[in-house]
Each structure stands twice: as structure tokens, then as C-alpha cells.
Write a protein that binds this ligand. Sequence first.
Ligand code: PMP
Length: 392
Amino acid sequence: MVKDAYGWMQRSLNTIHQANWYRSVTPIASLPGPIITVNGREMLNFASNDYLGLAGDKRLIEAAMNATREWGTGTTGSRLLTGHRELHRQLELAIANLKNTEDAIVFSSGYLANIGTISALVNQRDIILSDEYNHSSLKMGAKLSGATVFNYPHSDINHLTNLLKNHRHQHRRGLIITDTLFSMDGDLSPLPQLVELAQEFDSMLLVDEAHATGVFGKNGAGCVEYFHLTGTPLLQMGTLSKALGSLGGYVAGSATAIDFLRNRAPSWIYTTGLTPADTAAALTAIQIVQQEPQRRAKLWENVATIQAKLKNIDNSENPNFSGFTSFTSPILCYPLKNAAIALQVAQKLQQQGIFAPAIRPPTVTTSRLRISLMATHEPEHIDKFIEFIMAI
Ligand code: PMP
């Protein structure tokens, strides 16, 4: 009898369908922006991480096109072989300048930055303390490193302190990892306390500034700047793909740490260097972040507008609705009872011309709509969103 070694996949897919966890892709057929074309129809976009509205900016497009013309489409090899360009170094220095760190290193994605960095920093002899709401790339990095991993309840400093007290001394190195702005809940990690704990327990701290870079802080450097922690000994990673409108990831920190990663991070050493187009676009985005604080100001105006309007919504009669979580950030979370309801609500919004997909397990533990704001949203876009969400 011929055995089917792959039959389990369809069975697994069936289970995913039954749980309403099935995922598929939706093509967006327009430039990124507050209005996008989805399935041939214009929709208001409340789903993007393009917080400053730069992914469709003419200057980034121009920079990417010029770099492609000058240096080609691909970099043909690892940065350590044929894949390094002067442009990469310019970008790394620009990131270090934005973050006010000694140096920075650019990876081909944020995911690669996290898995490569964590597995370079710690191994079987070490311990990782990880917030339970951390992004998949932090969790995967922790797993791949082989270190002993403890997940602490979301932002629970007491729990984390006890874990460190009980376990830190049994391991060689300690590493605390956390998102700074949590991508699916829109709240901030208690960074000042984490910095203190890291120092008290002789541990490293790696913070994921993916959603905060370009958004938080006076100069858009992220939550480390926002909490006045610039200059404290920590490692900051982030992505070039959200507020910076391009693709790629980075780690910023001391010159020694960055030099170490260049020698030890496998996902940097053994992967092809970032394309000239992505590198040039990110470099232009950083210049815009630094030269146009008004974009960030506009984003925060939009955050204030939506927060004020949401406060007035009375949804107490609606059995599916437990209210928006209202942390002050461009990411809003609308918790929903279960995955099926989240899908229904997202579909209803799509019928009304609002694009805000349902986020379900296993991405998050509880289903929700995730609404994200951009600097390029206008007050009428927000009004429309409020009007429709009230009608659901
Ligand atoms: N960290 C966080 C918190 C993220 O949200 C993401 C992307 N969703 C990443 C890391 C990975 O970044 P990239 O998309 O550049 O791989």
C-alpha cells in the first residue's frame, strides 16, 4: 500500500478551518496610503504599519529607483562577500545617528534581526526572560538560541523580578527581551523598570522598537528616547518596514555589540545583503523622520482625534463589544469574543469600505480588530471609521 506522507497537511488545514483560524492573502492593488484598492474597490485603510505614510512617498520611490539604476536589483551575496555597498554603511550610520548609539547593523528583515541577534547573544548555558505578548520573531529567536526561556505575564514586573531572583544565578548570561510598543495591543512595555531589573540582575536587555521607531520620542527615535533612556546599556532592534516605509531590520547599540553581531549573527552572515532599492528608500525615510517632525505631529493629532471620538461611543448594548483598549498609541485594539465574530466584524467593515482585518489566534491569544493610524489619515477618514464602527 502506498502511504501518503503528506496527508496530515490537509487534516491540519481542516482543523485550522474549523477553528476559524484559516488565513489567506488579499492583494492590494494600489500605492500604500490611507485609501487603497482591494478587490477592485477603494477602501479606507486602517490596517497598515506605514505610520508616517512614507511607503508610497515620491522621495522614497525616487531614491529606490535611482539606487537600482546605479547599483542593480540584487546585491549578489552576503555582506561579508560581494553583498556590501557603501549605501548599507550610510544607512547603518543614519540609524545610529537617529538612535544616538555608537553603531548599528542592518539585516535583511526585522525577523532575521531578532532571530540572529538572540541566537548570537545566548545559548544553552543562558536564560531568557520574555514578555508573553512578544512578537513571534523574538520568541522564535529565543527558541532557536537553545537558552532556557521563561515567559513572564504581559508587562508584569513583579513576576519578572521573581523569575530573575529564582533563576538568574543558575545561568551564565541573562537576557530580557520585549517589544516596546506591543504590535497587537498598542500598549508600551515598562521600559524604565526593565532597564533597572537588567542592571540589578546583571542581564542584557534587547528591546524591539519595530512599531515605535519614527513614531515615539521627540526625534522619532522610539520608546527608548520617549522614556529618556538614550545612552543606557541596551540593544535596540527594529524594522525598516513600518514607519520607515521600506524593508529590512536593524540592531543599534554599542560599537562592540554591533561588531560582535557582524561576527556572530548567522542570519546576517549567511544571507544576501539588503537590496540597493530597499537600502536607499530606508535612508531617505530616516532623513524625512529627522527633517519633518510635522509628519509625526500629524500622526499624534490623529491619535488624539480618534481617542476623543471613541470615548463618546456607548456600545454597552452590544454583546460582542467590550470597548476599545485606549492606550495612547497609533495602534488600537478592539477585542472581540471569538475568531468567528472577529471575522464577521472585519467582513462587515469591508462591505462598508473599511479595511481592518481580524487578528486571531495563534497570532494573539484573544481575537480582535487591530486598527492602526497613519499620518496621512485625514479627519474625515477617522469620522467615517467611527460612523461605521458605531453601526456594527
Ligand atoms: N518585531 C515586531 C514587533 C514586528 O511587529 C515585526 C513585523 N511584524 C517584526 C519584528 C519583524 O519585522 P520585519 O517585518 O521587518 O521582518
